[in-house]
Design a binder for this molecule. Structure first.
Ligand code: FAD
Length: 396
């Protein structure tokens, strides 16, 4: 078997950022277990689906983002034994650790909606939630000139809760420019009772849906789809009713949870979501003090976003160093998350908030509760640059 002082599970946004910061903080024995040859900047997949960026801009080789001096174990974790401080992998090589950082992201549960696995990817059904399918979203949007377009969001925690509606606005704005919006019935299916969890942005989004004439179905979700008939079943969870809708285009967001293998470990919080049970401020595991978790796989009640990862990573590193030195972890994550709400092909609202549920603005001089062109430029060009050149290097 192998042994490393710090083992990181997952070389995504969280894993690479934490590893880069640990190296900067002088740690010499750090390993990342990551099976994928590629590293993705997922926030741009929305823009790819909207036809305003190329998929190739969202991917780099994993090797190119691996911080210098960090050991890359190219393998897939299958379970964790926190009592014996060992991780098991697909190729059956045990990896022992002194300290563990768990960040393998969230799992897309396509099979939770009957018919969805079969339907997605062809005949007008797509999803921006994978690299391969995001470009297809744009194909289908362009081909839709009339009929019904349905955009769905599942119940339960998902990554980037704004993404299911952003693509509806990018599509509707495109159809408006093409002069066909009035021939398309646009339906947005949302599981909650409002447009967004924070009232100031919910109010602005109400104006956006009114502007495009979008038919919003609150407290509703997709429960079944028949791709051959092009029919989707939407349940209204408030009224307890179901409606079958014929669609020409459907953008699906699958239900999500912690990966099945992770749920089955003692690190899980035991809920249906099953994420890693950490203290929401220190990000330290509540039962295993040498284990930390962050990103989409942690059970902290913040919005699951890359923006949250950016604020969590320095907290994890500071608290890991404290635990290594026999001190109590004192760095605190305040629940910051942000959601760039793209509302048109050249405008955006920037929702930033924390555990208190109050707005938590970080952009000076701009009222980000209103739509701005400058915020669109931030999303399209600024944030990707900040990600590749700042965050992943452990310096921003
Ligand atoms: P990921 O970045 O997903 O990384 C997880 C890594 O773990 C992957 O590399 C994976 O290969 C690896 N892994 C998986 N299983 C295993 C295993 N068994 N063993 C080892 N490794 C494993 N965030 C924003 O801030 N703003 C946005 O506008 C935004 N928009 C989004 C739009 C879409 C369509 C999507 C899909 C996401 C969006 N996000 C956005 C969310 C953001 O991408 C995630 O919150 C962020 O990537 C989480 O980082 P992570 O490291 O936890 O997970």
């Amino acid at each position: 078997g192998l042994h490393h002082k710090v083992v990181i599970i997952g070389g995504g946004s969280a894993g690479i950022t934490v590893a880069a910061r640990l190296r900067r903080a002088g740690e010499t024995d750090v390993a990342i277990i990551e099976p994928s040859e590629n590293h993705y900047y997922q926030p741009l997949w929305t823009v790819v689906g909207g036809g305003l960026a190329k998929a190739s801009e969202t991917v780099r080789s994993e090797a190119s983002v691996m911080p210098r001096g960090v050991k890359w174990i190219r393998d897939r974790v299958v379970t964790i034994d926190p009592e014996n401080q060992v991780v098991s992998t697909e190729s059956d090589i045990p990896v022992h650790y002194d300290y563990l950082v768990v960040c393998p992201g969230i799992q897309l549960n396509w099979d939770r909606v009957p018919g969805l696995t079969e339907a997605v990817g062809h005949d007008g059904v797509s999803s921006n939630y994978t690299f391969d399918l995001a470009p297809r979203t744009w194909d289908f949007i362009q081909r839709t000139r009339s009929g019904t377009a349905v955009f769905t969001m599942p119940s339960g925690p998902i990554k980037c809760a704004g993404a299911p509606q952003k693509i509806a606005y990018l599509a509707a704005d495109y159809w408006r420019i093409e002069g066909v919006l009035d021939k398309i019935h646009v339906i947005l299916v949302l599981p909650g009772p409002t447009m967004f969890g924070v009232p100031v942005w919910a109010k602005e989004l109400e104006k956006v849906v009114a502007r495009y004439g979008i038919d919003v179905r609150f407290q509703s979700e997709m429960v079944e789809i028949d791709g051959t008939k092009r029919e989707v079943v939407i349940s209204d969870n408030k009224e307890g009713t179901k409606e079958t809708i014929s669609y020409d285009f459907l953008h699906a967001v699958p239900p999500q949870s912690a990966p099945d293998w992770l749920k089955a470990t003692p690190l899980s919080d035991g809920t249906p979501g099953g994420c890693v049970e950490v203290n929401k401020e220190t990000l330290q595991h509540v039962r295993y003090p040498n284990v930390f978790a962050l990103g989409d796989a942690g059970n902290t009640p913040n919005a699951k976003t890359g923006a949250a990862v950016r604020k969590q990573a320095p907290v994890v590193v500071a608290n890991l160093k404290a635990v290594m030195a026999g001190r109590t972890p004192e760095a605190h994550y305040d629940g910051y998350g942000s959601c760039p709400l793209v509302t048109a092909r050249n405008r955006m609202l920037l929702a930033e908030f924390d555990y208190t549920g109050n707005p938590h603005p970080t952009v000076p001089l701009i009222d980000t509760t209103k739509e701005h062109y400058s915020m669109w430029l931030l999303k399209r060009y600024g944030l990707p640059a900040l990600y590749w050149h700042g965050m992943l290097k452990g310096i921003a």
